[in-house]
Design a protein around this ligand. Structure first.
Ligand code: OAD
Length: 247
């Protein structure tokens, strides 16, 4: 198997997707038994779906909260923690996962691009209440309300048709810019993601355009696999612990 050299000149930007949590028992979105297989995305993960049937949306996210609370990080998460400890500020983890497992494993430099399953916020854009931690699994038949303005609460998740937080995108871009400006070796590694959802799926092209090196660790050839220079096929929990050569 190829190895990825992580030395004092390396700046590593990692992108993870649902596949990284699969070995922890969290279902992925696409493919066999994927969450979107029997759950229309537009009904449970869009502002329109929420406006139409907030109960259904909360039932879906409450089930996911219950499922994600019971699982633990796997060796793939742990490998990323070890890489971050080795590289320090020359490491950044951008994740599309909302399950919180990277932080639970010990990752600190994390950008949760698609939000967090255990955070809720008021659905009223004019309400001043900030997003807040919320582990509640709402009983079916309950749609929680905001205690400040009375509007419905919603999960703090980026739904289809919504924009990512511009601060998150800036943090990722700045990391790559800093790596290039410092004359370092910029490496981008994507793991456990189908490359189907933008802007995350476009990160590989941006890094290549900036002169960076690109790696993919995935069970199957993802939709954008041909954009990567290195493809290590396999389970992230098995590949990542063996991939990094820390010097
Ligand atoms: P997907 O379900 O689309 O893709 C998961 C990928 O992980 C697939 O390519 C699998 O082959 C791969 N995979 C499965 N098990 C693996 C393992 N043990 N090790 C390595 N790879 C494995 O999930 P994402 O790409 O994360 O958005 O999906 C992107 C976004 O689409 C999600 O964040 C979500 C979804 O709609 C929102 O909810 C906003």
């Amino acid at each position: 198997m190829e190895t990825l050299l992580l030395d004092s000149n390396t700046w590593l930007l990692v992108l993870t997707g649902a596949g990284v949590s699969a070995e922890s028992g969290v279902p992925t979105f696409r493919g066999m038994n994927g969450l979107w297989e029997d759950q229309p995305v537009t009904e449970v993960a869009s502002p329109q779906g929420f406006a139409k049937d907030p109960l259904r949306v909360w039932r879906f996210y409450s089930q996911r909260r219950a499922g994600a609370a019971d699982v633990s990080p796997n060796p793939g998460h742990d490998a990323l923690v070890a890489w971050e400890r080795h590289l320090g500020d020359r490491f950044l983890l951008a994740t599309q996962n909302v399950d919180g497992l990277h932080r639970r494993a010990g990752s600190q430099r994390v950008v949760e691009m698609h939000g967090n399953l255990f955070t809720s916020r008021c659905s009223n854009p004019d309400c001043t209440r900030a997003p807040f931690p919320d582990t509640t699994v709402y009983a079916s038949g309950t749609v929680p309300g905001c205690k400040e303005c009375g509007a419905l609460l919603r999960p703090h998740i980026v739904w289809f048709g919504e924009h990512l937080d511009p601060d998150d995108l800036t943090r990722i871009e700045s990391f790559a810019v800093k790596a290039v400006r410092s004359g370092g070796r910029l490496v981008f590694l994507a793991a456990g993601t189908s490359g189907a959802v933008y802007p995350a799926a476009g990160m590989v092209d941006n890094v290549r355009a900036a002169g960076g090196e690109t790696w993919l660790v995935n069970l199957d050839a993802s939709e954008n696999a041909s954009s990567f220079e290195h493809f290590v096929q396999g389970k992230s929990g098995e590949v990542l612990p063996k991939l990094g050569r820390l010097v």
